[in-house]
Design a protein around this ligand. Structure first.
Ligand code: DNO
Ligand code: MN
Length: 360
């Protein structure tokens, strides 16, 4: 039976309460998906640090072949003259990672911050809590958002918007003033055209993560929101080393995105070496409000069986990991990245996969 290269995201010895030993004990988990969190964005990843990470993961009986993420410096996304220096650094990081057997780099091209949620601990009916998004809590004006966070009155706490970073966030918004979707896409092309030849030589595939949520926020452009965006990004650089992470949760936040169809198309033509499998549940009739759900199809709005089936039908042989999970069983770790719900997710995804394989 063809097995999945199943991974588990791990935030490292210093920052993750979950141990590699625990990850090793999740049945059917072979990969750790990790990053270096102590190298400032834009700097070259030193070989010694990569070697140490690799050795640590392997000593626990696991593999390290996917990095999530090597983040992109905002100067590259904005298109400032300083970008060339950061792009050269990125190339060197790719070469260094390649020496240690890294096959895929997940990255995103979202301005200013990574995913946005309005509650990191939304209580669910079953007594667990999960990440949630309520559009009415997100003003159009970023300054208003900053004020709300400062007041703390609405309970906002969001990665990338930490109170001590707010001045910097404000300055960044200023810098993005002249960057619309067209400009951001041009800047992505400039970046890809520079790095993809290095990826080809080093045999490291780039896998861009979708924007989350997949629509513009605070007037900031979003360029990977749906299937048409994927076609446009693919055309920016024709190499298969210019690939995608298909994150079912992120793309699924727009109910118009047909995940099985997207998978069939892009996995089918070998442009998606990395999959994030997760479920979300819409909680209003307009389907604009949602919380993250257990991986089971029944518990959310996405059909995870159809998603796994589409992967199999398109000959998927890349890497996959469960994405965010709820906090359950009184676990109180990093929101979205607890041990238990993601482990349950892995078991479920592997179960779907086994039955798909055996029913062929
Ligand atoms: C959300 C997560 C993201 C992802 C980064 C990749 O769905 O998977 O935090 O890791 O955007 O750069
Ligand atoms: Mn994801």
């Amino acid at each position: 039976m063809k097995k999945l290269d199943m991974g588990f995201r791990w935030f490292g010895e210093d920052d993750d309460p979950i141990t590699l030993k625990q990850i090793r004990q999740i049945p059917g988990t072979t990969q750790v998906v990790a990053s270096l969190y102590d190298v400032p964005v834009g700097e070259v990843w030193p070989e010694e640090k990569i070697a140490h990470l690799k050795e640590t993961v392997e000593a626990a009986g696991l593999k390290l072949e996917v990095i999530e993420s090597v983040n992109i410096h905002d100067d590259i996304k904005i298109g400032l003259p300083t970008r060339d220096k950061y792009i050269e650094n990125y190339k060197q990081t790719i070469r260094n990672l390649s020496k240690y057997g890294i096959k895929v780099i997940c990255y995103n091209f979202m301005p200013v911050f990574d995913w946005l949620r309005t509650n990191l601990h939304e209580p669910l009916e079953d007594g667990s809590n999960a990440l949630a998004y309520d559009p009415t809590m997100v003003p159009d004006d970023p300054n208003e958002m900053i004020e709300r966070i400062k007041e703390g009155s609405k309970g906002f706490e969001m990665p990338g918007w930490e109170p001590d970073r707010l001045a910097e966030v404000k300055a960044l918004f200023e810098k993005y003033k002249s960057v619309d979707a067209k400009k951001l896409t041009e800047n992505l092309k400039y970046f890809l055209d520079e790095i993809i030849p290095v990826c080809e030589e080093a045999d490291v595939r780039m896998a861009m993560h979708p924007d989350d949520p997949p629509f513009p926020l605070f007037g900031l452009p979003r360029i990977y929101k749906n299937r048409d965006d994927m076609v446009a990004i693919e055309e920016l650089n024709e190499s298969k080393y210019n690939g995608f992470t298909i994150c079912t949760g992120s793309l699924g936040e727009n109910p118009k995105n047909d995940l099985p169809a997207i998978i069939r198309e892009f996995v089918g033509k070998d442009r998606a070496p990395f999959i994030h499998a997760r479920n979300i549940k819409f909680t209003n009739a307009e389907k604009t409000k949602f919380h993250e759900a257990p991986h089971l199809s029944d518990e959310g709005s996405l059909d995870m069986y159809e998603i796994m089936k589409a992967l199999d039908d398109s000959g998927f042989d890349g890497y996959i990991r469960p994405d965010h999970g709820r906090n359950i069983w009184d676990e109180d770790g990093r929101p979205g990245y607890g041990l238990y719900d993601r482990a349950l997710g892995i078991t479920y995804l592997n179960g779907l996969w086994e039955s798909i394989q055996k029913n062929k």
